[in-house]
Design a protein around this ligand. Structure first.
Ligand SMILES: Cc1cc2nc3c(=O)[nH]c(=O)nc-3n(C[C@H](O)[C@H](O)[C@H](O)COP(=O)(O)OP(=O)(O)OC[C@H]3O[C@@H](n4cnc5c(N)ncnc54)[C@H](O)[C@@H]3O)c2cc1C
Length: 413
């Protein structure tokens, strides 16, 4: 199921072709050859540095960084659509590698809008110079993520991580969990409660916290079932002091995070589509070459029906992704609802696609060295990232019917 180039600009065609070549020539052969590697329990040893260097060479590591600071700047009118195109291609090779890279793009978009110029210069230069440099975005805490996504705007649901101004510094105390690149990032964007008397929409602030800041401990690397080349981590902040200019947004940080989340949900769905495309490509090859009962599998009608179902689901995800990405690029009024729709729709459709892939591969489908079960594990992760399926649906209703939608928690609303 080759993708049609309908409507792609020259810039997008070139970006997709170089990404596809990198995935086909470097990433996929590595994953197939070294299938045990994702199970190494040393997070630093899992992904060879050469893979990030390869991504760097084709310019996809620093998307979102302004060109004058050394990044790869995309046409602003279609930036999010191009993010989607490239995220899909990388995830076609490996979902974890895609997770690792897209965090840099998503956080770069946020920094270029919110960070003071001297800190942009400092951190974008570090990011551009070091192929292993990663960024992370830390919201989720042991006592809550879903309430923050809704958001349930009352003091009881506010962030437990606190930040208090002391002289020229902000002092952060608390804990963050499930953070993409949390284990190995060089710079963290951290959300903390700076006013416990008000709801989280008014009382949450965001800060830049460099790795190595005294009081920041990387407590552990989570061992996830899928996307294992991205090192998801847990962070502890104890009397962690950052200078006053490291405050990005005071009070209204959750509202400003839309800069991160709208492109973020598009990228999430696009990575998810890449996993689905990999499942489809592998399966369509298999059913046209593997013989059972004297015939290649595709000649068995039950197999053909499942293949058609996979293709239809992927085409539907692609169509919705295209509309949602355009809506974000155009800052359309329905962009919020569409972002949540495509994030949740992609996660459920592609999970089903990966299930078909595993079943059509029969016994081979569950063997680690065959590599198909990995796609099902990778697909499962998307159900949980950037809000759960149920919370995403509640957000769709909230975006569409803000005046009458429920507040879902707390007093009758
Ligand atoms: C691989 C991975 C990467 C991630 N990366 C990041 C990251 O980079 N940064 C970050 O900040 N977070 C990250 N997360 C966290 C992610 O956003 C949360 O896991 C997700 O939002 C769900 O929150 P939770 O795990 O605390 O679930 P909970 O909030 O504990 O929810 C548990 C269940 O209860 C339901 N539920 C809870 N509250 C409500 C409610 N009020 N109404 C209805 N249903 C409710 C949920 O839908 C879910 O089914 C990541 C997670 C994963 C798995």
């Amino acid at each position: 199921m080759d993708m049609i180039d309908r409507g792609l600009s020259e810039e997008q065609r070139i970006a997709r072709a170089s990404c596809r070549a990198f995935v086909d020539e470097v990433v996929t052969p590595f994953i197939r050859r070294s299938w045990q590697r994702e199970w190494l329990m040393d997070p630093d040893a899992r992904l060879p540095h050469a893979i990030l260097e390869g991504a760097d060479k084709i310019g996809i590591r620093t998307l979102g960084v302004p060109a004058e600071l050394g990044g790869t700047e995309l046409d602003a009118a279609s930036e999010v659509q191009t993010f989607a195109l490239i995220a899909e291609e990388i995830a076609r090779g490996d979902a974890g590698l895609a997770d690792k890279l897209v965090q840099n793009w998503k956080v770069s978009v946020l920094l270029r809008k919110l960070a003071p110029r001297h800190l942009q210069e400092r951190w974008f230069q570090r990011l551009v110079a070091d192929p292993g440099f990663l960024l992370a975005h830390c919201l989720t805490e042991p006592r809550g993520a879903s309430d923050r996504w809704l958001p349930y705007n009352v003091p009881e649901a506010a962030m437990q991580t606190r930040a208090v101004r002391q002289g020229e510094d902000w002092v952060i105390d608390g804990r963050k969990q499930f953070i993409s690149n949390g284990y190995d990032a060089g710079l963290y964007v951290v959300y903390a409660n700076t006013d416990p008397k008000v709801g989280m929409l008014q009382g949450t602030s965001s800060f830049l916290v460099p790795r190595g800041t005294p009081g920041l401990t990387i407590a552990r690397c989570n061992e996830t079932m899928g996307g294992r080349f991205m090192n998801n981590g847990e962070l502890v902040f104890e009397d962690c002091r950052v200078p006053a200019d490291h405050l990005l947004v005071e009070g209204g940080a959750l509202g400003s995070a839309g800069i991160y989340f709208r492109p973020g949900k598009i990228i999430q769905a696009a990575k998810n589509l890449g996993v689905g495309m990999a499942a489809f490509e592998r399966t369509s090859d298999y059913v046209q070459t593997y013989v059972q009962g004297g015939r290649i599998l595709i000649k068995h009608q039950a197999v053909a029906l499942r293949l058609a179902d996979m293709a239809t689901r992927l085409a539907a995800v692609r169509a919705l992704l295209g509309s949602a990405a355009r809506a974000v690029d155009e800052a359309a009024p329905d962009a919020d609802a569409l972002c949540n729709m495509v994030k949740v729709f992609a996660s459920e459709e592609v999970f089903k696609v990966a299930q078909h892939a595993m079943e059509l591969h029969g016994g081979n489908g569950v063997m680690l060295d065959f590599g198909i079960e990995k796609l099902l594990r990778d697909a499962a992760i998307f159900l949980h990232m950037d809000a759960t399926a149920d919370i995403s649906r509640l957000k769709i209703v909230k975006a569409m019917f803000p005046a009458t939608a429920g507040s879902y928690a707390g007093p009758e609303g």
